[in-house]
Design a protein around this ligand. Structure first.
Ligand code: SF4
Ligand code: SF4
Length: 435
């Protein structure tokens, strides 16, 4: 087995400020903001009316189409209505507002599965995945029930559980693996049962030895293998992970399941098991708050719908006014514009930085060093694609397989000419002619 992939970089990981910080519970705010769009696919539609009382864990929005999953209330209180509100995508989007009554009255229709887990069928587990509202929590927000159904139909061969967390600063999955490894492993067992597989591989980077130890202990009575991978960015990318674990490469334009693999994030597994074993749908998640502008970085258990300012307030605010706030990691995350924006199902981190740490260059110049080509994990030619993108020759970009770009940022990170390579890739991908 290869246990690695070609290309990639070794950035300064900056995880030490929260690496050993236990997960702390952040109290909910007086009003919670639930965007109707929190997953890949169709946005949800409210299932309650303004003025209705809601309970914690109650479904408050859903959509019957296949590519959707429900949103549950993170608190008990009153549904005030739908407003246009800041969304992590940087736009204003329809958002449900719940006035928190502070009582945390749980929806009494929620209950654990009381039968024997061995009796569950794949259809049961797919149904539980939908009811739980679980999406890919590592960033993609792909509805879990859709991924399980597709993987089941395609009879995939290999289940890979992603505990790599290769982005700098983020330690949310790391702390989850250290603090509740059995919940994750039990979730992996449910996924194995759903997909009729006897084994699974949990991939964890070598810079998390305590997570490797905890997960190994939790998995010791099972056929789940814990695989230590070299620390290298973007090790957690699906294509890189599959290459490292199986040696298989995904051909251009294809997906992991086309070569028999399905990849699930560690906390996604935990969310599924919590619903089955405790009747608790996805209303909270672990979020790392860090970056040079944050006074007291932390790993927080946050209710979905909590505004960003509450997380930063809990961390004793900013050292100085942040130059940039990012949702997610510094390599692939999204710049944020408003502290009123709420945490959503895939918010793994909030980072705030002092000053222009990117070193923005007004007149970037290519010196033809070839470093971007060396580090591209998708074996693309970023410098050539960049030139074609600037010339708006998008058909040429397509010939150079720009659609395979995973927007990992490795090329921009190493470029001494400070070319805006990732932005050019994104622009080219958005303008590829249909043929
Ligand atoms: S071209 Fe895309 S995949 Fe390659 S290094 Fe740049 S951002 Fe990553
Ligand atoms: S790394 Fe930057 S300067 Fe070097 S070849 Fe690529 S685009 Fe040009």
């Amino acid at each position: 087995m290869a246990f690695s992939f070609k290309g990639g970089i070794h950035p300064d990981y900056n995880k030490e400020r929260t690496y050993a910080s236990p997960i702390e519970v952040l109290p909910p705010t007086e009003e919670m903001y639930l965007p109707l769009s929190q997953h890949i696919g169709a946005p949800c539609i409210p299932t309650v009316k303004p003025g209705d009382k809601v309970k914690m864990g109650q479904i408050i929005a859903d959509n019957p189409v296949a590519m959707a999953c429900p949103i549950h209330s993170p608190v008990s209180g009153t549904f005030k209505g739908v407003i246009q509100h800041w969304h992590p995508s940087g736009t204003r989007q329809p958002t449900m507002v719940i006035e928190n009554d502070g009582l945390d009255t749980v929806d009494e229709t929620l209950h654990p599965y009381e039968g024997d887990l061995d009796d569950l069928t794949p259809a049961d587990i797919i149904q539980f995945a939908r009811e739980s509202g679980t999406v890919g929590m590592g960033g993609a927000a792909f509805p879990l029930h859709v991924k399980l159904k597709t993987a089941f139909d395609k009879k995939i061969e290999t289940i890979i559980i992603n505990g790599s967390e290769c982005e700098p600063f983020i330690t949310a999955d790391h702390r989850a693996m250290v603090e509740y490894p059995s919940t994750i492993i039990n979730g992996v067992k449910l996924i194995m049962k759903c997909l009729n597989k006897d084994t699974a591989v949990v991939a964890i980077e070598s810079n998390k030895p305590d997570a490797i130890a905890a997960m190994s202990k939790a998995a010791e009575d099972s056929d789940i293998r814990i695989c230590e991978l070299p620390t290298k960015y973007p090790q957690g990318g699906e294509k890189q992970l599959i290459k490292a674990i199986t040696g298989r490469e995904i051909p251009p334009g294809k997906l992991p399941m086309d070569i028999g693999c399905a990849v699930f994030n560690v906390d996604t597994c935990a969310s599924l098991f919590r619903y089955v074993s405790k009747g608790r749908p996805l209303t909270k998640r672990v979020c790392t708050v860090s970056g040079s502008a944050v006074n007291s970085p932390a790993n927080l258990l946050v209710r979905i719908g909590t505004p960003y300012y509450a997380l930063f307030d809990y961390c004793n605010g900013f050292i100085e006014d942040p130059y940039k706030i990012i949702s997610g990691g510094p390599m692939m995350g999204t710049a944020q514009h408003a502290l009123e924006t709420p945490v959503v199902k895939n918010t793994s981190a909030l980072l705030a930085f002092c000053g222009d740490e990117e070193g923005f260059e007004e007149n970037p110049t290519c010196i033809r060093c070839g470093k971007c080509i060396e580090v591209c994990p998708m074996r693309l030619l970023p410098t050539y694609i960049y030139q074609y993108a600037l010339a708006e020759e998008f058909a040429e970009c397509k010939k150079l397989n720009v659609t395979d770009c995973i927007e990992c940022g490795c090329c921009s990170y190493v470029c001494p000419g400070k070319l805006h390579l990732v932005q050019a890739m994104r622009m080219a991908k958005g303008n590829i002619p249909k043929s």
